[in-house]
Design a protein around this ligand. Structure first.
Ligand code: DUC
Ligand code: ZN
Ligand code: ZN
Ligand code: ZN
Length: 485
């Protein structure tokens, strides 16, 4: 039987090696790899190009209401299209439970948003803000059973944060059922205290957003989150790490064998708090939480990307337009706490990481594959993606490593009216993106139909048996046997 597609002559990169060869694809899966493969109903010439696993975007806010009720600009159509133009073959946005909502209803709502619209395969991380007994005992286990095996909790924001007790309850449920807890780690009271001091002093311009959320508030919360997870023997994924202190805490925990994972985001590598001080209200474009830091931080975060502290570099695409539907929903010159919080970047993530990482010599091509796709697949239980190997989905991105383009908002193909990366010259661009063997984007054009993407049921997360446990919770000798399954 002939192959549906043969990609031939490309430089194939995996997390461990790089070689020139051919890939045969049948019925959406990789079915052969060799130096030379004959035939193919369709042959794609990849000579001189880099062939990598399609990106897996593990952190994006798509068709999601904030706790204040504001809808993100991108829905599952524009969000997935934009992701595909940026070299991604699949993505895992959030499905957000706000207080009082049932998790069953939240999952059904997001199914209704994603299934008819996504051009890429998708899953969700559940955001949990209301861990009632029924959520903990029935609804979360039901969500895990259908393959939603990760969720995000907050240590900040009055309407979202769970408190340490809530965190312990939820980490215990995650451990018991094989799910991974993601955490937004910033100390809520430190931020609120800073907000009150700044408000008293009348300091409300966008640049004070960065002052209001000090680096030490992140480090304190990361340290506490790791401690809470370690008490109950659970894994933890720390999202959007923005500080050297936070990254060091993660690196130390990993070195101790604890099941602690983390990511940083391109914005913390590309921009600084000075961008919040751009003229007029331009700084509003750079308001995200945690906030942008400084140039010295960027160097340290790149080092942690290189040395394996970060499993992935994710976009944290949180799209709010630079108009009255987004950043300025509360008026044209709002104080910083009233400006919609988040930056877009789902299309820019991988071109930025390739250009400023691989081309600039800060990371290797192998590390790019790990940070863009392979690690997210492993950590989040996407068992059949994130690798170019026989049996895996043909989720493949072909990159031209030499092409240089200047980033524009229009080329993001999202629903936004700006990109923070505007005007940046980046070298290395995806020229052909596939999901399950279907071409999604080729030669700058969308080739896929709305709603073709499929839900990805993910595998459970397992804490490695070698992970250290605190002595008081050692099931062999102590009380821990009562709560550790
Ligand atoms: N956390 C995110 O992950 N994204 C946007 C804002 C936030 O608080
Ligand atoms: Zn060939
Ligand atoms: Zn967050
Ligand atoms: Zn986010």
């Amino acid at each position: 039987m002939d192959f549906d597609t043969v990609i031939h002559g490309g430089t194939i990169a995996t997390p461990h090696e790089t070689w020139v060869g051919d890939i045969g694809i049948t019925a959406g899966r990789i079915t052969a790899m060799a130096d030379k493969i004959a035939g193919g109903v369709r042959r794609i010439d990849a000579a001189g190009r880099i062939v990598v696993p399609g990106g897996i975007e593990a952190h994006a806010h798509i068709a999601q209401e904030s706790s204040a009720g504001l809808m993100s600009a991108d829905d599952y159509y524009t969000g997935s299209v934009s992701a595909a133009f940026g070299g991604n073959s699949s993505f895992i946005p959030f499905a957000a439970q706000h207080r009082g909502q049932s998790v069953d209803d939240v999952v059904a709502t997001y199914d209704g948003r994603a299934a008819p619209n996504s051009v890429l395969d998708y899953s969700y991380h559940l955001i949990i803000s209301d861990p009632t007994p029924s959520v903990l005992e029935e609804e979360l286990p039901r969500a895990f059973a259908r393959g939603i095996t990760s969720f995000k909790v907050f240590m900040t924001y009055d309407l979202m944060n769970l408190g340490d007790k809530g965190m312990l309850d939820i980490l215990t449920v995650a451990r018991k059922h094989g799910a991974l807890t993601m955490v937004h780690a910033e100390n809520n009271d430190m931020v609120k205290w800073m907000n009150a001091r700044l408000a008293e002093a009348g300091l409300t311009a966008p640049k004070y957003h960065a002052i209001s959320r000090p680096g030490i508030a992140e480090a304190e919360a990361i340290n506490r989150a790791i401690s809470l997870a370690t008490l109950v023997g659970a894994g933890l994924f720390i999202v959007h790490v923005s500080t050297p202190e936070g990254a060091e805490l993660v690196a130390r925990a990993r070195a101790a064998g604890l099941p602690i994972h983390s990511e940083t985001c391109p914005q913390y590598l590309a921009f600084t708090r000075d961008d919040l001080d751009r003229p007029g209200m331009e700084g509003a474009k750079y308001i995200s939480s945690p906030p942008l830091r400084d140039a010295a931080t960027q160097d340290v975060l790149w080092r942690h990307a290189r040395t394996g502290t970060f499993d992935s570099v994710s976009s944290d695409h949180a799209p709010y337009r630079f108009d009255e539907t987004g950043k300025f929903v509360k008026g044209p010159t709002p104080p910083y706490p009233a400006i919609a919080n988040g930056m877009p970047g789902i299309a820019a993530r991988l071109p930025y990481l390739f250009s400023e990482g691989v081309v600039a010599g800060r990371i290797t091509l192998q590390q790019f594959v790990a940070l863009s796709s392979a690690n997210a697949a492993r950590v989040f239980g996407v068992t059949h993606k994130g690798a170019i190997l026989p049996g895996y989905d043909a989720d493949i991105a072909i990159w031209d490593a030499e092409e240089t383009r200047v980033v524009t908002a229009k080329d993001q193909h999202d629903a936004m009216d700006y990109t923070p990366f505007e005007g940046m010259r980046l070298t290395g661009w995806p020229v052909h993106v596939m999901n399950r063997g279907d071409t999604i984007v080729e030669g700058g054009e969308l080739k896929a139909d709305r709603g073709r993407g499929r839900f990805i049921a993910r595998a459970p997360y397992a804490v490695p048996p070698s992970a250290p446990v605190v002595p008081e919770m050692d099931p062999a000798t102590n009380f821990g046997a009562m709560i550790r399954p």
